[in-house]
Design a protein around this ligand. Structure first.
Ligand SMILES: [Zn+2]
Length: 210
């Protein structure tokens, strides 16, 4: 039986293959036999990915504006479904040139896409995957410039930084990628508190940004 695929499907498939080449390992972008709804997802991506990428590119640009031009790393950014088994909503591959940021925009509500870009940008700027003091300093600089709650480094806060800024996870990440994203969010760590000056205690984080 020959499945009749649309142009949008093939565009989506080509896009996923392209982005797969920028992942830390190919299995991170692997819809082709592991995830459900592969055909629907490819087709949706073929039709809609340009506008999603345009949005996250504006967030990338906002991060750049926090630094002098000569301090801005060369970065390319793509929205893509990241294999669920990795449990991350974004990643930064510092080994590619330019540096690559991938964001699984299905895993968090659209209002939180910005937070993921900011987190991964901090990795790109430091040039390191760690959530150490240097990372905290850069992330804090970005958060202050962008109106997000900044982290202040203290020993032992690596685990907290892994999920900073706080982003609320969606219940079903793949729903977004087939065009059925309801924006429904799970009960991750309580109410979103970022940007609020009255924060007394930050919620405990769930899954991290990578
Ligand atoms: Zn991270």
């Amino acid at each position: 039986m020959i499945l009749k695929q649309t142009d949008a499907f093939y565009r989506g498939q080509n896009y996923l293959r392209l982005v797969q080449g920028f992942a830390l390992e190919p299995g991170m972008v692997d819809l082709f036999d592991k995830e459900r709804d592969g055909i629907a997802i490819c087709t949706w991506i073929g039709k809609n990915i340009n506008s999603v990428n345009a949005t996250i590119n504006t967030y990338l640009e906002a991060c750049h504006q926090c630094f002098h031009p000569q301090e801005r790393p060369h970065i390319q950014i793509f929205a893509v479904p990241i294999a669920q088994s990795f449990g991350i909503d974004g990643l930064c591959n510092i080994l590619t040139n330019p540096i690559t940021i991938l964001v699984d925009v299905g895993r968090v509500a659209p209002k939180d896409w910005f937070g993921i870009v900011v987190h991964e940008y901090a990795h790109a700027h430091v040039g390191d995957y760690g959530h150490n003091q240097q990372f905290a300093n850069i992330l804090s600089h970005l958060c202050l410039g962008l109106g997000l709650e900044p982290p202040y480094w203290e020993t032992g806060m690596e685990q907290t930084l892994r999920s900073w800024p706080y982003c609320q996870s969606t219940i079903d990440p793949l729903e977004f990628w087939i065009g059925k994203g309801s924006g429904k969010v799970g009960h991750g760590g309580g109410s979103a508190v970022l940007g609020s000056p009255q924060v007394e205690q930050l919620p405990s984080w769930g899954i991290g940004h990578g």
